[in-house]
Design a protein around this ligand. Structure first.
Ligand code: SF4
Length: 290
């Protein structure tokens, strides 16, 4: 049985960086708090909780006055920075530098848009922390487009500055930009800013190539990962014999009967160690069958 993990699967640079910073800051003498899940993967969150990180939501901020708090890779809303400062919380900002740069760019173009009656439009998931932080750079004025129909909120007679959440698909972003372009009134500008992260932009085509070489595909992803949902749909479309799991315990031996090859992949929020565990479990299942 050939069992392989896709070499490009797993955490993006921003998540690796945030987890490394968190691990360095951990100390037995002082608690380390993290605002929201550091990554949308339940197994990795459990591992980090066991290592000592306490994950909290914003309502808990007044209870950690003066304590250490980590901002994860997705970035935060300007209001959260103000709140943290007012409470004398020791901030460890692990926002991905690419997201910080995107926030800065959105602020800059929002200023420009105010001068020419333009609009900032962001392709993102409205409840996603990164999208919330990006919208916050525009005083909540940006239009978030999650679904194709959401473009109806755009005024096509006014200039549009289009951005994307970094974790969105490059292919879907191009489709959206084309749709907006078709609707723009003659002579009105559409500025499409390249803001899908290079680490995720090419995942879909790479994944399609990878799955061709295997009879069964196991896709490992947390339930909340938007990137995981999208990449799973990409794989399922080209390879119907694909199973999405969150942990090795969900594997079923029947999936591997009479099969000679299994490919394993995952979202940009899926840890490498989890995919290795999935591989080992499949090996055991197949040995016990023979
Ligand atoms: S997807 Fe890219 S920009 Fe977003 S956190 Fe990961 S490395 Fe940073």
């Amino acid at each position: 049985m050939k069992i392989e993990i896709e070499k490009d699967a797993g955490f993006c640079f921003g998540v690796v960086n945030a987890i490394e910073i968190a691990q360095k800051e951990l100390s037995p003498d002082e608690p380390l708090y993290c605002l929201g899940d550091i990554v949308h993967n339940e197994a990795e969150i459990k591992r980090l909780e066991e290592a000592g990180i306490r994950f909290i939501d914003k309502s808990f901020l007044p209870d950690i006055k003066g304590k250490k708090l980590l901002f994860r890779a997705h970035g935060e809303h300007p209001e959260t920075y103000r709140k943290v400062q007012s409470l004398d919380i020791q901030l460890i900002d692990a926002t991905c530098p690419i997201v910080l740069n995107l926030q800065k760019n959105i602020r800059k173009y929002y200023e420009e848009a105010q001068k020419n009656n333009g609009q900032i439009v962001i392709f993102g998931d409205s409840g996603h922390p990164e999208a919330i932080g990006l919208k916050g750079q525009t005083g909540e004025k940006a239009i978030i487009v999650s679904q194709p129909d959401d473009i109806q909120a755009i005024d096509f007679a006014r200039p549009v500055y289009l951005f994307s959440q970094t974790t969105k698909s490059g292919e879907q972003y191009e489709v959206l930009a084309d749709n907006i372009r078709k609707n723009m009134k003659a002579g009105v500008s559409l500025f499409v800013k390249k803001s899908v992260c290079g680490q995720v932009a090419n995942r879909a085509p790479k994944l399609r190539r990878f799955v061709k070489d295997f009879e069964v595909i196991i896709f490992v992803s947390g339930r909340k990962s938007s990137n995981g949902k999208y990449l799973y749909s990409v794989v399922k479309e080209v390879h119907p014999d694909t199973h999405k799991i969150t942990s090795p315990a969900e594997l079923q031996s029947a999936w591997f009967e009479h099969k000679k090859s299994v490919g394993i992949s995952g979202a940009t929020s899926t840890p490498q160690w989890l995919m290795e565990e999935v591989k080992k479990t499949i090996e055991k299942l197949c040995i016990s069958k023979n």
